[in-house]
Design a protein around this ligand. Structure first.
Ligand code: ZN
Length: 382
């Protein structure tokens, strides 16, 4: 016999999601969308109202009969904080259950900082967001780059933030964050953001490619994020594109990251132009040598993505990161690299897009908390 409790959890998640996507909405409109009997809907909504997750917000007049009571998600007692710890900055946002950000902030720190200095920036970001929160925070999502044990939240290996190696990151932040903390690997967090708020609103399956100081890929298949419960997946940056080539921080030679990491590209561009641009975003792509470096980077990204295309065949690849500031130059080269490396029949079926999300990592960290409310692990996905 089917597990009644599980069925109830799934129905509850479906109702919450119908409200999230169609607010304000009446009970009868929800009934049309979730295909469930009226009594079950009425009972589940009463529970959600009692818990404070859903609120009644007025009535809509109808042509005949009683006016309809409208429902929406609570905006006072349920806010979530998303904090992204990246290689040289911490960014954060506080958002409501719809994912609307009320406040965003970012604090840079020096590359290769020690653990204590990094934790101080995380704490400052948390304190700033908390002080500005329009309502009660119910959870904190933390996105961290590296190989992460999903059970214990120990960072086994972070190639680009070695200070995190061996650290139980959840325990480290729980020392100063009283709310429940949900830790997610950074590329997976960005992929969650794409699924909920970006390209994933239109397509059920895609790969999200994260181009930064570190490089990774997250996969969504039929709305489910790949890799739940396993310790690593999508380490695109450490695919070898030049055997015996440039040394990579991981210890191998010829990895994609050794050629197109933001850190490597900036060094190369500054050297070729005798300049000192501070980050990849600020380089002048109208200079021919700069443009050449950026185009080459795009081609190499394409060569690495060809492996993903041949093996997994995602219908859409969505790319984010500072390199995408130069999408006009870079994306055609990414497509050329894919065409050079992937089977033509596979390459033809892939659309390559630029992400339209700002601060995908902090948004994704917050989305990790939202998934606790709107998804049922292993059974129902938004
Ligand atoms: Zn490597």
């Amino acid at each position: 016999m089917a597990d009644q409790r599980l069925i109830k959890q799934i129905n509850r998640a479906r109702i919450l999601d119908a409200i999230r996507l169609n607010s304000p909405i009446s009970r009868s409109q929800i009934a049309v969308r979730v295909d469930l009997d009226r009594k079950s809907i009425t009972n589940l909504i009463s529970e959600l109202i009692d818990e404070g997750l859903v609120v009644e917000v007025g009535k809509r007049r109808t042509e005949k009969g009683r006016p309809l009571t409208l429902l929406q998600l609570d905006g006072r007692e349920h806010w979530v904080l998303g904090i992204s710890l990246a290689e040289n900055r911490v960014s954060g946002q506080i958002m409501d259950l719809y994912g609307h950000a009320a406040q965003v902030c970012a604090h840079p720190f020096a590359l290769d900082s020690g653990l204590g200095a990094i934790m101080e920036v995380v704490l400052a970001t948390y304190a700033e967001l908390k002080a500005d929160a329009p309502g009660r925070a119910v959870g904190v999502g933390l996105a961290v780059p590296g190989i992460l044990d999903p059970g214990t939240s120990v960072v086994h290996r972070s190639v680009n933030i070695p200070a995190l190696n061996g650290i139980n990151i959840r325990a480290a932040v729980e020392a100063f964050i009283p709310e429940p903390v949900f830790v997610e690997e950074a590329t997976r967090a960005k992929t969650l953001a794409e699924k909920w708020f970006g390209v994933g609103r239109e397509v059920a399956s895609f790969a999200s490619v994260d181009l930064g100081i570190g490089i990774g890929a997250g996969l969504v298949h039929n709305r489910q994020l790949h890799g739940d419960g396993i310790q690593f997946a999508g380490e695109l940056g450490h695919i070898i594109i030049e055997p015996g080539g440039a040394p990579c921080r991981c210890g191998h030679h010829g990895c994609l990251e050794a050629y197109v990491s933001d850190r490597v590209l900036l060094e190369r561009i500054n050297r070729s132009e005798s300049k000192k641009w501070r980050d990849l975003r600020s380089v002048d792509a109208s200079r021919p040598r700069v443009a050449t470096v950026l185009r080459e980077a795009g081609y190499r990204v394409g060569l690495a993505l060809a492996y993903l295309v041949n093996i997994v065949g995602p219908p859409v690849l969505v790319l984010n990161g500072d390199l995408m500031q130069f999408a006009d130059l870079v994306l055609p080269e990414v497509e050329r690299g894919i065409a050079a490396g992937a089977l033509p029949a596979c390459a033809e079926r892939v659309r390559v897009l630029r992400s339209e999300l700002e601060e995908a990592a902090a948004l994704g960290a917050g989305t990790r908390v939202l998934s606790e409310y709107f998804e049922v692990k292993g059974h129902y996905w938004v």
